[in-house]
Design a binder for this molecule. Structure first.
Ligand code: GLU
Length: 302
């Protein structure tokens, strides 16, 4: 087996924190004799800032991290995301959604108070009281059933719209899938877990889920390491990989680190930021220790 290609993929919406440092060191260590790549997930133009991008690179270097090749910035990848959406559209698994957040919330409330709720089955799957995903409550499917004429008219009228995955249709196309996690073993994919997720946001034309899948394949990532909070997303990512004919990487979802020590050590409001530790005079080794890797990517985690 060839040595793994891993990546660290921060979003430059703020300064690098201890949790990010843990994720970055984890990915660099997992690469071993392979390659460790860096990707800036900067699709969200409203929230990402060049100064955070620069600060993240600087903090990573200060921590002693070195990555292979140039940094891939998702803001340069719109054409690839569009091509992926076109491919999904050709498979008939996308539909335009005109709902606002408010309308979705109202629809969920309405359905929830109806004698026979119509929202997705299996409430509590994420340990929460209702069907939710990391993106919020599962979409109740309002725009999925629009008749062709209604859809055309709405598209002509709307200033913009989102593109959602028809998860049930996608499930029918991909059949049974599983993904492999180095810590948790093989998991059977539940294509309905995140519901009809948005793949093309109205404002930016793509989404975290679509971009991450397209770019992991484009960068040849063979081992995706990331926090366990993203485990549910991997179900959707496996479906997208199958639909788009992309290779399925291996995964290692690691537990998120405790930040109690950081909060005690740094007194600023941004208490877990690597900057704060730097300003308080901690050494890279001390900060790496807080992030669980005192000896850097080649050492053992503590
Ligand atoms: N950009 C995501 C984050 O900062 C990480 C995505 C991933 O590792 O798949 O949380």
């Amino acid at each position: 087996m060839s040595p793994p290609v891993t990546r660290f993929a921060p979003s430059p919406t703020g300064f690098l924190h201890l949790g990010h440092a843990h994720a970055a060191l984890f990915a660099a260590r997992a690469a071993g004799a392979g390659r460790f790549l860096l990707r800036m997930e900067d699709i969200d133009r409203g929230r990402c800032r060049a100064e955070f991008d620069a600060a993240i690179l600087e903090d990573l270097a200060w921590l002693g991290l070195d990555w292979d090749g140039p940094v891939l910035r998702q803001s340069t990848r719109a054409v690839a995301y569009r091509a992926a959406l076109d491919r999904l559209d050709a498979l008939g698994v996308l539909y335009p959604c005109f709902c606002t957040r408010k309308e979705i919330a109202a629809e969920i409330n309405r359905a929830g108070s109806a004698p026979h709720g119509v929202i997705a089955p299996d409430p509590g799957r994420h340990g929460a009281p209702g069907p939710v995903s990391m993106d919020g409550p599962l979409y109740p499917g309002t725009c999925r059933g629009l008749a062709a004429a209604e859809r055309e008219a709405a598209m002509a009228r709307a200033a913009g719209f989102a593109l959602r995955l028809d998860a049930a249709k996608a499930a029918g196309l991909v059949g049974e899938l599983e993904f492999s996690d180095h810590r948790l073993g093989l998991t059977a994919v539940d294509p309905l877990l995140l519901g009809d997720a948005v793949l093309g946001r109205k404002d930016i034309g793509t989404s975290y889920h679509l971009s991450v899948v397209v770019d992991d394949a484009a960068q040849g990532i063979s081992l995706v390491t990331r926090g366990a909070d993203l485990f549910p997303s991997t179900h959707l990512h496996a479906v997208l990989q199958a639909l788009l004919g992309l290779p399925a990487p291996e995964y290692h979802h690691h537990p998120l680190i405790e930040d109690g020590a950081g909060a005690r050590l740094a007194k600023r409001s941004d208490s877990r930021a690597i900057r704060a530790f730097r300003e308080e005079g901690l050494s890279p080794r001390e900060v790496r220790a807080l992030a669980g890797f005192p000896d850097g990517p080649s050492g053992q985690p503590c």
